[in-house]
Design a protein around this ligand. Sequence first.
Ligand code: XBP
Ligand code: MG
Length: 220
Amino acid sequence: RAAALIFDVDGTLAETEELHRQAFNHAFVRHGLDWHWDRAVYKDLLRVTGGKERIRAHHARLRIARPLSDEDIAELHRVKTAHYAALIETGCCPLRPGVTDLLTAAKARGQRLAIATTTSHGNIDALLSRALGMRWAADFDAIVAGDDVRHKKPAPDVYLEVLARLKMEPFDCVAIEDSANGLIAASRANIPVLITRSMFFRDDDLGAARLVLDDLSGLR
Ligand code: XBP
Ligand code: MG
């Protein structure tokens, strides 16, 4: 039994990527851009982790593009983030099946809990305070977000930072992830990975994981 469970957020705790997608599209309209990311386009763009990085990557792929400055990208991402929080606030994005039970059971048997994600502290808090209550963070011994480290997933940085804060060895932990980038990040930190398949990564090859499940229900 693992002494600590380290959770990814987007796709793993909740199917948030669809809301991120809608929030990006909202920001593009607000910024006067004629971009629209449909699900197929977004699925492909998810290979680029990080919202600002994803916007930049899309812009770089367009052949004829008006210049997009760092300030433009920061502003687009601010609008995106505000709209994402508003969408989460509506309560339309519950935690995935089995997540709450697993957190409760893990806590009861003395396993430590942590988060290793690419998204921001603000987005994590919006999701988890809605789903678990305002004091949700008290149950987690380490919460590391994308902007806390130099390199986002698939780099191992967020996982290495979690291990450092927990003062634990990788083989005493299990990472719970939904994407190939997350699997690679945790594997590079030598942490065994459990995959819970999510909407956008349903047919990805995630066979390198220790275990691949459709969701976390019935796991405890
Ligand atoms: C999540 C991401 C994030 C979200 C958007 O990856 O890549 O970029 O799509 O969040 P993972 P931000 O689940 O592997 O952590 O716009 O806040 O970056
Ligand atoms: Mg994910």
